[in-house]
Design a protein around this ligand. Structure first.
Ligand code: SAM
Length: 477
């Protein structure tokens, strides 16, 4: 029986097993029978193990690679339909005691100004985010026990949930802060967070220690076992990710799936989301200086292989990626994207002013590649045939962890997520959209209503949409 207090990173991220997996994948990368067998299993939608998935990632047969892509598209459509969940990051503080070599917030960066938002400044940021139409945030901070203690994060969450500006509200706060104790995770849970997200950066221990030479984050085991503590602390939904470019992508991919397998085995539920960030230029950080950068085709293949390997896990892509890469990967498996993101501390309220800030005032963590407004992103998604969803219902209805997974597995998502997506899109269109976006959206909603399988749910959705148009808000099923 698994004991939550004794997870061992070296056991569930077994370096030798990863090397053996890579050798196995290499040996089978043109093995038609093996690849066909794995694809058959993938079509059952029960997931693949890290070895099987690694063979698909290594597959060197163009027609089989095309089949993997087609299957990923199909599974994306089957499990997530055309809904894309929207969110924005909110940077609270760039004080940091760590030495991560790819991140400009590292302690040795003496010329970057350090800034920590007061609760009043957080209220201004949240008001600006609400005025764009955002309902779901990902909180970001550097790691600093004096400047950013857990009490500061908890108080900030309370502030964020407390701000009701016009029809706006932040209904789900996901948290991306450094690895912490089970007790602190319990406090985050009690504060009502959505998903706890922590990128592993790299699963390769030796590289990890070189890339994080100083600070608490240097401790590989503490970082890698964080999700066990988070789940032991009562957080149902955790989000994994690696920073692609740091290590060989096949190593990271196999390890990421091993991590997911471990959580599933230990807690009966795998990760809620997987993020796929790539290193971006930043103050003093040149992505080309890292030997393991991946091109867009490889990146797309990774997304497709994650999709077919963990069908019930959401996948997140940020504005680190360009419009073109985002369009490509949305079709292959991405289910959540950020829009109009600022990666600086105070960047939303600073707004236009940030263009005129002197370099000495810049606190961006990295450059973004998609600079469009939320309205532009929403309109673009709808033109591509997607429904931008501002839904946060599952979490607020207690459909987290294995309860959410059951909903996915029972295929009830169309009766649940689809109506909620349409209702939250309607709220967005009425409260925040430009006339062109609203017109497009109203047409889309009219068509999409027909896709709700249950007649009862269709009628309920229409009734709720009527109430929303009458000025009421926050309906959900
Ligand atoms: N401080 C928290 C921690 O230690 O886990 C995480 C918050 S940090 C603001 C969010 C993520 O940004 C990091 O986990 C890292 O993967 C990513 N990041 C850092 N530098 C980056 C860069 N130059 N390009 C792209 N992503 C970067």
């Amino acid at each position: 029986m698994y004991h939550p207090s004794s997870p061992r990173a070296d056991e569930f991220i077994d370096h030798q097993e990863i090397l053996d997996t890579l050798a196995y994948a290499e040996a089978h990368k043109t093995d038609v029978a093996a690849i066909d067998g794995i694809l058959r299993k993938a079509r059952e939608c029960k997931g693949l193990d890290h070895r099987e998935a690694s063979v698909l990632l290594a597959c060197a047969l163009p027609d089989k690679a095309a089949e993997i892509e087609t299957l990923a598209r199909q599974m994306k459509q089957d499990f997530y339909g055309n809904r894309i969940v929207m969110f924005a990051p909110l940077y609270l503080s760039n004080y940091c005691v760590n030495g991560c070599v790819y991140c400009p917030y590292h302690l040795q960066n003496k010329h970057m100004p350090r800034r920590k938002l007061s609760q009043e400044e957080i209220a201004r940021e949240v008001t600006a985010l609400q005025d764009m139409g955002h309902k779901r945030l990902a909180l970001e901070t550097g790691e600093h026990p004096l400047h950013n203690p857990i009490e500061y994060v908890l108080e900030s969450i309370q502030t964020i949930y407390g701000i009701k500006h016009r029809n706006g509200a932040i209904r789900r706060v996901n948290v991306n802060i450094a690895a912490t104790t089970a007790e602190n995770y319990r406090r985050l849970r009690d504060a009502g967070i959505g998903t706890y997200i922590l990128f592993q950066e790299t699963y390769h221990r030796e590289s990890y220690e070189l890339l994080h030479p100083t600070g608490p984050k240097h401790n590989y085991a503490w970082h890698t076992e964080a999700m066990d503590r988070a789940m032991a602390g009562g957080i149902d939904d955790v989000g994994l990710g690696v920073l692609f470019g740091l290590e060989r992508y096949r190593y990271e991919f196999a390890a990421l799936l091993m991590h997911a397998e471990h959580l599933e085995a230990a807690f009966g539920v795998g990760p809620h989301t997987v993020s796929v960030p790539r290193i971006k230029p930043a103050d003093g950080v040149d992505p080309d200086a890292f030997a393991n950068g991946i091109d867009d085709d490889t990146f797309a293949r990774i997304v497709a292989c994650i999709r077919v390997s963990v069908p019930y896990t959401g996948m997140i892509i940020s504005t680190r990626e360009s419009q073109a890469v985002r369009a490509r990967t949305l079709a292959l498996g991405i289910s959540q994207i950020s829009g109009a993101s600022r990666t600086s501390v105070g960047g939303y309220a600073d707004g236009e002013e940030s263009e005129t800030l002197s370099p000495a005032d810049h606190t961006e963590q990295f450059e973004v590649s998609d600079n469009r407004t939320l309205d532009e992103v929403v309109r673009w998604l709808m033109k591509l045939g997607y429904i931008p969803s501002f839904c946060t219902a599952c979490y607020r209805e207690g459909r987290t962890g294995d309860r959410f997974m059951q909903l996915c597995k029972s295929g009830q998502i169309l009766n649940c997520c689809h109506p909620n997506a349409l209702m939250t899109l309607e709220e967005y269109l009425l409260d925040y959209a430009s006339p062109a976006t609203r017109a497009l959206g109203e047409n889309l909603i009219a068509q999409e209503i027909e896709k709700i399988p249950s007649e009862k749910m269709r009628a309920l959705t229409l009734r709720h949409l009527g109430s929303i148009r009458g000025g009421e808000r926050d309906f959900r099923v």
